[in-house]
Design a protein around this ligand. Structure first.
Ligand code: SAH
Length: 404
């Protein structure tokens, strides 16, 4: 392992307004700067802020202090005081690993070991691809605590190699330790493209240059379901990226699968991932904007037994919410046009600002408005390795509609 910085961590004491205090007591993981009403000294990034109860002056919670962020404190521990050290992190990491054990009993060696706030470890993601661990940091305060947490993440993952990835925001901020996106933290990386298994289907991820940590692990369970439904069917995989749904469908025995994405590289990746597996069906690709291409297919009266639509997050900010809802409606409508009689439409949303209830109702409203005779096969939320630890942590939902 490279030598990680060891610095003195200071503590500071703060008090919050009553509303924020109430939220923290309920387990909310963020303290916004405007809810701090008292602070004993100026803090610097990486310090531990200790929150005291406004009236009783007793310990309420503690967390990472970040003077540059409107989310000034990200909570680590509530109710009982604790020293935030290697032993504390080891305990958290082991709790996270414990939750993933059922998934690791399957033919899967790619999983999210740590999912930020949802695992009580704010602003850090740890994804495992076979024997490579990718640690992605979304806040610079982790530079000061990496020394204490990294050994337990490496141990829990059993990985031979560990790679550091930094979010765009973290990359923008200079850091005194010279941490770099794509840096190797432990072991050696012979090939930045790592091959891994997802329910016995082979995929690859570029752990240095790929989006996020190289691959989207969150849709694993839905991909498996689609694979199980695909035997003898034709499938359209819209927003296919690296071919997650497509390849599960092909290996599941689909006659023909079409992957559609706006990105040529993504389709290239889908094609090359497909070659890692054995199947006999046809694999086609369409490169273009989903809305336009789906329209074209509908106009040409081309239909598929299964249509999967898994778009990127449309509502990255509150202002985009209305537009996002319109996009989901359009995609549902287009999807309906493209599904064969008795076929299945699978629609997913990863916008955390759109709740599962709103999304499911929206899809059903479009079906009803178009007088479609349908039944809901299933509605799904998060997979085992993406636990939901707080309201804002819930983002993924998927609905399976059978058109009659
Ligand atoms: N279904 C994928 C994940 C989708 S990620 C999986 O299972 O892994 C979102 C994908 O949508 C990206 O590959 C991106 O290139 C693509 N995309 C974004 N906007 C698009 C558009 N307007 N039309 C088609 N594809 C688009």
């Amino acid at each position: 392992m490279i030598e990680l910085p060891s610095t003195i961590i200071n503590k500071l004491a703060i008090k919050l307004n009553a509303t924020a205090e109430g939220l923290i007591k309920k387990g909310h993981p963020w303290v916004f700067s405007n809810s701090i009403i008292k602070q004993n000294k100026e803090g610097k990034v990486g310090d531990i802020a200790v929150i005291f109860d406004g009236k009783k002056n007793k310990f309420l919670a503690c967390g990472f202090y970040d003077p540059q962020s409107p989310i000034r404190v990200k909570i680590l521990q509530t109710n009982k005081p604790a020293a935030i050290n290697a032993a504390w992190f080891a305990n958290k990491v082991n709790e996270a690993l414990e939750k993933r054990l059922p998934l690791l009993q399957t033919e899967t060696n790619s999983y999210r070991l740590i999912f930020g706030e949802n695992d009580g470890l704010p602003s850090i993601i740890a994804d495992v691809y076979n024997n490579v661990l990718v640690v992605k940091l979304y806040a610079t305060f982790w530079f000061y605590h990496l020394k204490d947490i990294l050994p337990s993440i490496i141990q829990a993952s059993g990985a031979a190699t560990s790679v550091l990835r930094l979010s765009r925001n973290v990359q923008k901020e200079s850091n005194e330790f010279n941490f770099k996106d794509g840096q190797i933290l432990d072991g050696t990386l012979n090939n930045e493209v790592v091959i891994f298994k997802e329910h016995n289907i082979q995929f690859s991820a570029n752990v240095i240059k790929g989006h996020k940590t190289g691959y989207f692990l969150d849709q694993r369970a839905n991909r498996k379901r689609v694979g199980e439904m695909a035997k003898g069917k034709t499938v359209l995989d819209v927003f296919s990226y690296a071919g997650g749904f497509s390849i599960h469908a092909l290996v599941g025995g689909a006659n023909a699968v079409t992957s559609l994405d706006i990105s040529k590289q993504a389709l290239h990746l889908a094609k090359s991932n497909a070659t890692l597996n054995y199947f006999t069906g046809r694999h086609d690709t369409i490169c273009g904007d989903a809305f336009e291409e789906l329209n074209k297919l509908a106009k040409a009266s081309i239909k598929f037994d299964i249509v999967v639509i898994d778009p990127p997050s449309f509502a990255k900010s509150a202002a985009e919410l209305d537009k996002a809802l319109v996009s989901y409606k359009k995609l549902t409508y287009l999807g309906i046009q493209l599904v064969e009689k008795k076929g299945i439409l699978v629609l997913s949303s990863c916008s955390s600002r759109v709740s599962s209830i709103v999304f499911f109702n929206l899809v059903e409203a479009v079906l009803k408005k178009n007088r479609i005779n349908y039944s809901i096969i299933e509605k799904t939320l998060h997979d085992t390795d993406h636990p939901i630890g707080f309201k804002e942590g819930a983002y993924l939902k998927c609905i399976y509609v059978q058109l009659n």
